[in-house]
Write a protein of this length. Structure first.
Length: 269
């Protein structure tokens, strides 16, 4: 589920991408090294960075600036999965290929009888075919050659694979304000840092969160702090409101075969 900390981490990622468009291994777009992190800066570390010409950008929630914005019906949203394991049928033979990553389903439908295996760590296409061959042999002859399963005499052979769908249920939504603060050793660097951040965030509008959901952000305000007692410190705050969901995650199983017959009625598998 998305939490306040996930939004802060997403904002840190967005600011990092804005100031380091070529990645953190390349130079910053503002011409000076920038440290970007959650929380409030340590005074001694900040002084050392300012003296060395480095900028700090912090992400911090605005105390009390949160409100409930729940407005959507509780409905599961699932992403269509693409299995890494594949199956191909030629005549009375089914061949499995790809990667047998855990949590997938592989199965064969032999003349209306379904045989299904859920992959586990260590599985390979060859092991999947072997497991299914053993299951088929409980009812009829099945031959195995590597990752290929053959059922002699089969009138209808279907092979399918599938992966569980990652689903999210939004149970609440809230809007919370976050303060992005630039702590810089010069007014020119402060203006460059804040201008770059504001331009990139204003163009994006949405934050990708760790649980797969998104938060929509909007600009609220800005404030500049130049004080004589902090001769080396030039600070500016950018405040954004982020509307994001609280979610429950689940893996929804996939159906391989919905075309079975048993005792004259249709069944599912």
């Amino acid at each position: 589920m998305a939490d306040q900390s996930d939004v802060e981490a997403a904002l840190v990622g967005a600011v990092t991408a804005a100031l380091y468009p070529g990645g953190t291994g390349a130079a910053a777009s503002v011409g000076a090294t920038c440290r970007i992190f959650r929380g409030w800066p340590n005074a001694a570390a900040l002084d050392a960075d300012l003296a060395a010409g480095r900028a700090n950008v912090t992400v911090f929630p605005v105390e009390g600036a949160v409100r409930n914005t729940t407005r959507y019906a509780n409905e599961w949203q699932a992403a269509a999965p693409t299995p890494s394991l594949t199956a191909r049928v030629s005549g009375a033979s089914a061949t499995f290929a790809g990667r047998a990553d855990p949590g997938q389903l592989a199965g064969v439908l032999v003349d209306g009888a379904a045989f299904v295996h859920r992959t586990v760590p260590g599985d390979t296409p060859e092991l999947v075919a072997a497991v299914l061959a053993d299951a088929v042999r409980a009812r009829r002859i099945a031959l195995l050659s590597g990752a290929t399963l053959t059922v002699p005499g089969a009138v209808r052979l279907v092979a399918r694979t599938g992966a569980d769908a990652a689903a999210l249920l939004e149970v609440r939504r809230q809007e919370q304000s976050f303060r992005l603060t630039a702590w810089c050793p010069s007014p020119d660097l402060r203006d460059a840092v804040c201008g770059r951040i504001d331009a990139v965030l204003s163009a994006a509008r949405f934050l990708a969160l760790a649980d797969g959901s998104t938060g929509r952000h909007r600009f609220l305000s800005t404030a500049t702090f130049d004080r004589s007692q902090d001769a080396q410190l030039y600070r500016r705050d950018l405040t954004y409101a982020v509307d994001y969901p609280t979610t429950i995650a689940a893996a929804q199983p996939v159906m391989l075969f919905g075309d079975l017959g048993f005792a004259g009625t249709d069944t599912l598998s």
